[in-house]
Design a protein around this ligand. Sequence first.
Ligand SMILES: Nc1ncnc2c1ncn2[C@@H]1O[C@H](COP(=O)(O)OP(=O)(O)OP(=O)(O)O)[C@@H](O)[C@H]1O
Length: 695
Amino acid sequence: MRPEILFPLFAEIETLPGIGPRLKPLVVRLIGGEHVADLLWHLPSGIIDRRFSPPLDETIDGSVVTMDVWVERHEPSPNRRRPYRVICKTLSGTLVLSFFNARAKYLNDVLPVGEKRIVSGKVDHYRNEYQITHPDRIGTEAERAEIQTVEPVYPMSAGVTGKTLTKAMRAALQLVPELPEWHDPALVARHKWPDLASALRTIHNPEDAADLSPDHPARQRLAYDELLANQLALSLIRAKMRKLGGRVTNGAGDLRQKLAANLPFAMTGAQQRALADIYDDMASEGRMLRLLQGDVGSGKTVVALMAMLNAVECGRQAAIMAPTEILARQHFETIGPLLEQIGIKCAILTGRDKGKARKATLEGFANGDVQIAVGTHALFQDDVVFSDLAFAVVDEQHRFGVHQRLMLAGKGQAVDVLVMTATPIPRTLTLTAFGDMEVSRLDEKPPGRKPVDTRVLPIDKVDDVISGIGRAMRTGTKIYWVCPLVEDSEILDLQAAEERYRILVELFGDARVGLVHGKMKAKEKDEVMERFAHGDTSILVATTVIEVGVNVPDATIMVIEHSERLGLAQLHQLRGRIGRGDAASTCLLLYGSPLGQVSKARLKIMRETEDGFIIAEEDLKLRGAGEVLGTRQSGIQEYRLANLELHGDLLAIARDDARLIVDRDPDLQKTRSEALRLLLYLFERDEAVRYFRSG
Ligand SMILES: Nc1ncnc2c1ncn2[C@@H]1O[C@H](COP(=O)(O)OP(=O)(O)OP(=O)(O)O)[C@@H](O)[C@H]1O
């Protein structure tokens, strides 16, 4: 439960003026949360300064000006392609206000002939005539003060206007309470940081562009608040884990040898090195918390399996948790048979398991019959009890929060944790996402993989692509067809995928084509995936649900529509679904609209390399850290106030500060700690406090 003083900031956003039930979901999607605090963290990206009224012949084309105008006459549009024009006099000459698709009645109301009005908007001049097309503001003398100001400009999305956000923001600012200072007073004084409430007020009511600059004290303060909250949470968890210690897990190796003998391949050098690190951690007294970072298709699963067997050899249990139902099932299907061959019992638990079956599985976990558990986050529900869980693998693929993943560690005594991620995060960013976790990298792919032939084509060529896959299908090829449309809109994604599915079914028949998307029930998804994996269908039309971890090694063609709209990391993940066997593969990146410079550069990178780390580094250069770490739904640490490129120095200070706090006061009991707890709550890092308390 959050402390009361923070309640107003965690009120639902629809309690703010202007945000009704219709708008709420759009705003939630835009700001990435549903509380007042989430709105406050939505910072302006720029300003519009409406204070200037230069003479017309001194205006710069495209600049925003605010002017007194006297309306002279209206010229209704002669046809739909030409604008409705309102001719006005100003102190420095004639200004034309032009409007497309405007209603004459409305224009006569707001701009009556013979009256004086104040207008504001972007001015242009064209053939000796000055004009403003669709002025942003039109008002009377009484509204002058409201118009002639500096307006914050917020990152926007369809359906949510700047006006709505500004209005709600004003109300939200009123709700920010006086909070005690949680930072070191010396640090605050040195940087001249304002308190949190003043910092928010400055940034949401900027007076000039400098108020929004990344090194403005108000901006720095907010960035530091967020960075410290995160680093402190990580340090608390880390300290707790160290203090708790671990158990020595050092099996005899018999099961691992049997498994190795049954595998159709030998481990790569990178897999062996990662395993050596993991076995060392498990054999030590300390608690293990390691990140296994491996590019798509680098063979993380078998590494996890070997490590789990190490625990089983000691008579203990191990668990692997996947972020989605599909992936949990897939893990179960891959490792289940391998384990059966060597006489080990494995069971799966997901949100779908109910009633008797669930009860039986839980019994198996609790009495130790089941040695290896596979599942989703259902594994850390309260009634799941293990007889002796010693090792947990969290296959996070970006879907779990930093702290959430540690909950599984609370399910046993001294559980060692291995986090697996396929996202090639550049080294500089690992620290912020995972704190001071140890890292092993699988930097080598299994031998025999052929490079994926990647091509970039305009959507006009789609008919050629379709006849191409028709030929490929006849020779038994399996094809993924991915339809992402708008990154943030699942509904539109779905429409695009359904439409494509319909077209392909018309051509190839519904026995050959499958469709899978996020809105389907887990069971339906599994069935569709299974039919594709077994070769009953040859084409799988999908939204980006297949982006993580799906393993159908003999699929060799992938078509991605609107590839220009996806992030490079996401494209890389998607493309990683092919080229997983020994046959040659092709990836066709279709683009819909003419490509800009950056999009061109990005698709070129995709064509040139398959190395996830290079792709991530290039993406970082082209787009900036926040974006590389992923969009909000990715679940990985994403900062809302801090920008890692601009506030990197603050990150280092926050890390040291956090360590110092935890060294001096590991139970957060001393004076400053009360305030620091508020900071953790404010940034929703309170799992750290809870985990910390429960031990
Ligand atoms: N050493 C190896 N030699 C040959 N093939 C291997 C080796 N290790 C794993 N594989 C095979 O490579 C494929 C990919 O492995 P796996 O599914 O573990 O990849 P991953 O690292 O989880 O990738 P992703 O994150 O893309 O799912 C599997 O079919 C697996 O059997």
